[in-house]
Design a protein around this ligand. Structure first.
Ligand code: CA
Length: 439
């Protein structure tokens, strides 16, 4: 079992995961969109680490959430399509923390099963939310959902209880339905299209909810003993024809949309803040994944994870410079399409299309297909990709264990840096070869 990192309180921290739904990569202020009204999310980024190359495990909700909740590739646990449910045998982050004595709650969208598979039967002792029909649920509770879930979250945080807690606030915004209260719309540029204005109104409401929950933590005196994560489940649908639920989100500068394995479908905003423990005003530029949230939260919480994981503990990568990257390779599958990222290289195999190879360090917008210019690398990545996916397609197959990436024990502690700038430049441009490691 790992201990807390140097500089952190010896007490297990509480964990707050704020998850947006269909928020595009480009539509937060720190990612550059001029009209995105997110000062409070931007403030959170300035108080911690912003990951430039964070990935969902899928370009759609269900499998992405399965990856986050379990710390495993969704294809490995039988969740490949939006309609799949999380099998009862798969441990959730709620069950892991609950068994370690944490209070646990999930408010919002669950999307991983109903009845015996509902969140309150999967390790979350408090649950208010819905499977996936946000509009129906909003009508039922009679309150704008970001307000409702924020209120529930604050009530949970303020409970008189000495136990640390894990709370996932799984907002269903800015996914459809797009019907923000007028007070948000009034603050959006009127020259924009009505749909874009509505979407930005939801983004503004999401930003306000994040800020309100952060204020609640501060007022409760819990800021320094809480690891806060802000993330999103999959790329923005924009106006893509592949998405029935369009919300005019902008993934710029990334190519593609939700439902696609281009960067715009899978690369998502990710921020971590742990006051007085993690560095501040820092960007982390190596590939990471939402599967990493479970082991990263479990490590300082001294929670023993008795289940195989594909995610890794990111704390050693944030607090020092390990010899190896967190993920030498990452891969994705979606309805027969495949993608693999290895260092700066990304190979995309879309059915009935020629292979596409991109160098994301030089071409994050995926404009130039290098498959013809780099045939050996394309072939190597294709072979690797198919091998990884074949090995991962068996539910509960072999996985990387959390033990590979224990953070330093307190006796061999490093000094937690208080620095700004970008991290991990030492590995910039490295192109690790495809290993035969089972992942
Ligand atoms: Ca989604």
């Amino acid at each position: 079992m790992a201990g807390p990192p140097s500089g952190a309180s010896a007490a297990p921290p509480s964990i707050v995961i704020l998850l947006a739904d269909d928020l595009s990569y480009g539509d937060i202020g720190v990612h550059g969109t001029a009209d995105a009204p997110t000062p409070l999310i931007d403030k959170l980024a300035a108080q911690g680490v912003r990951f430039t190359d964070a990935y969902a495990t899928s370009p759609v909700c269900g499998p992405s959430r399965a990856g986050l909740i379990s710390g495993r590739y969704p294809s490995r646990i039988g969740v490949s399509r939006n309609k799949d449910v999380l099998p009862a045998a798969v441990k959730t982050i709620g069950e892991v923390f609950q068994s370690a004595g944490y209070r646990t709650a999930l408010f919002g969208k669950w999307h991983l099963g109903e009845g015996p598979l509902n969140a309150n039967r999967r390790g979350f002792e408090e649950f208010d939310g819905f499977h996936y029909r946000a509009e129906k649920y909003e009508d039922k509770v009679g309150e704008f959902l970001p307000h409702f879930f924020t209120r529930k979250s604050l009530d949970f945080i303020r409970q008189e209880d000495a136990r640390p807690f894990l709370i996932i606030v799984s907002f269903s915004d800015p996914d459809t339905p797009i019907r923000p209260p007028a007070k948000y719309l009034e603050r959006i540029e009127h020259a924009l299209s009505p749909l874009r204005r509505g979407y930005l109104g939801l983004v503004m409401a999401l930003d306000e909810a994040v800020g309100t929950i952060m204020s609640g933590l501060e007022e409760a005196g819990l800021e320094e003993e809480t690891l806060v994560v802000f993330a999103n489940d999959n790329g923005g649908p924009g106006v893509s024809d592949r998405c029935a639920a369009k919300n005019t989100s902008s993934n710029t500068p990334l190519r593609g949309f939700k439902q696609e394995l281009y960067e715009g479908g899978i690369r998502v905003p990710l921020i971590m803040r742990w006051t007085d423990t993690l560095p501040v005003r820092v960007t982390f530029e190596e590939p990471v994944t939402l599967m990493d949230l479970l082991p990263t939260a479990a490590s300082p919480a001294q929670v023993e994870v008795r289940t195989p994981l594909d995610g890794v503990d990111l704390l050693p990568h944030l607090l020092e410079t390990p010899a190896e990257p967190a993920h030498p390779q990452l891969f994705w599958t979606h309805h027969g399409d495949l993608a693999i990222r290895e260092g700066p290289w990304k190979l995309l195999l879309v059915q009935d299309s020629a292979p596409q190879l991109f160098n994301l360090a030089r071409d994050q917008s995926e404009t130039t297909n290098l498959a013809a210019a780099e045939p050996a690398r394309a072939r190597s990545n294709a072979t690797c990709s198919r091998g990884l996916i074949a090995r991962s397609s068996t539910p509960n197959g072999p996985a990387r264990g959390v033990s590979r990436h224990h953070p330093p024990e307190r006796s061999s502690a490093v000094t937690v840096p208080r620095r700004s700038g970008s991290m991990s430049p030492a590995r910039a441009g490295r192109t690790p070869s495809c290993s035969t490691t089972e992942i």
